[in-house]
Design a protein around this ligand. Sequence first.
Ligand code: NAD
Length: 247
Amino acid sequence: MIDIYTIIQKLPKNVNYIGVLTGSGISSESGIPTFRGKDGLWKNYRPEELATPYAFQKNPVLVWEWYEMRRQVIKNAKPNPAHNSIVEMEEFFENFLLVTQNVDGLHEKAGSKNLIELHGNIWRARCTYCDYKEFLNTPIEKIPPACPKCGHLLRPDVLWFGESYDVKILNNVQSFFNKCDVIFVIGSSGQVFVPVYLVKQAQLQGSFIVEVNIERSLYTSFADIFIPEKAAESLPVLWREWKNSLK
Ligand code: NAD
């Protein structure tokens, strides 16, 4: 473990606004594989070959089967101490926002409330034609599922590679992040560029960036502090000590 007390000394003492950005690394100790980890492949397909509008158009059954497999893995997963520390941060600070790239719903399960799921939620499906959305329980009876309202295909309500973000949501995140005294970036490779941009812009406005990741990422080159540790092990210790220093 790196010297936690040196880190605490570097962290801002006056904190009014705090942001957290998480990626799939935070859920890996809950047993959910990351995309770029060793368990990323499924039937020899890379996630980038399945999580696209093109793949769904070509073979919706294959894409739904992949999501169904992931939903089965996620179904039994429980939030870990890193998710719980973020809930405690939210309870401690008045102005708090958690932005996640994860679709697994574990932050909500842990009790996070002020939460933006930037890439959607794997438990939700939406119609490819009309405005119908619903939470689907596993297992899905018939793959691919059809919209009960108009009969067209339902798709997972997640953001796929090559799809656009909701600009209004991005603007809201950016304006909050720009006010942040500290932003924690936890378990994200930075291969998805938009979240990196949001954090970098916030830093240019004065946010102090703390990264927790077992490996270097695209965030590491500009983070003010890089903690090369597992999130579920390091974040609870870091949070406990920092909270004590703020009291
Ligand atoms: P990524 O797979 O690209 O990167 C994961 C990062 O987590 C890596 O940098 C890795 O070093 C780090 N990491 C792994 N284990 C860690 C640990 N125990 N503690 C700290 N860091 C750890 O994931 P990403 O950056 O989130 O982006 C890829 C996309 O993957 C996102 O759009 C997301 O929607 C999707 N995804 C989500 C889930 C999920 O919901 N749990 C799972 C897989 C992929």
